[in-house]
Design a protein around this ligand. Structure first.
Ligand SMILES: [Zn+2]
Length: 199
């Protein structure tokens, strides 16, 4: 996607979130160019305790995977990785920590808008075999390297969720109208809409 196309889609997604904090962040970015980065926006949202509330099917995890005092907590981090495992192959993978931070930022942002529902995980790590058997999955999907998750949140539109992830993430956000999840990954910065070639 060209730079102008990328900006247009991002602007559309940002506008679509309709959240007060988003406009605050964008105004701050306008006032000070240095704040107009995903890292700066994430810093606005991440506290000294980075926690995730996740569920998947009948399983759920509440994990504080990082604190300012103690750094990463291995057991809590592994609990998150466990929930994001390849269910089909029953394989756990060390998920990218930057990706967890983006999810944490999205969750914190949702909390500020009154949404307390946990993030629902539709897909996390995938073995090559599982990825090959996943409809629409790219051969080089970042799910293969623990750098992607597909998520949804009850009561929040996927368009809004995609907007939040695109504002906070240094990576890809995929929004597929008609499907029940949003793809979030860490990697090259890109956004795609209406193009369900990657999942
Ligand atoms: Zn995906």
């Amino acid at each position: 996607m060209s730079d102008s196309g990328f900006s247009r889609v991002r602007r559309r997604l940002v506008l679509a979130t309709g959240a007060g904090l988003c406009s605050t962040l964008v105004k701050r970015a306008d006032a000070d160019e240095k704040t107009d980065t995903p890292e700066a926006r994430l810093r606005e949202l991440l506290s000294e305790r980075r926690s995730l509330r996740l569920f998947r099917g009948t399983e759920h995890v509440e994990a504080t995977y990082w604190t300012a005092d103690g750094g990463y907590n291995r057991d809590e981090y592994l609990n998150v990785c466990w929930l994001m495992r390849d269910l089909q192959a029953d394989r756990v993978f060390p998920m990218n920590r930057g990706l967890l931070d983006v999810l944490c930022g999205v969750q914190a942002w949702l909390l500020r808008t009154g949404v307390t529902a946990p993030l629902r995980i539709h897909s996390g790590y995938r073995t090559p075999k599982t990825n090959r058997q996943t409809e629409g999955a790219a051969l080089d999907s970042r799910h293969l390297v623990g750098r992607a998750v597909d998520i949804s949140v009850a009561g929040v539109s996927n368009l809004k969720l995609a907007g939040m992830a695109s504002v906070l993430g240094r990576g890809g956000t995929g929004f597929y109208p008609g499907r029940n999840f949003v793809h979030v990954d860490t990697g090259d910065e890109r956004i795609w809409v209406d193009r369900p070639r990657k999942s």
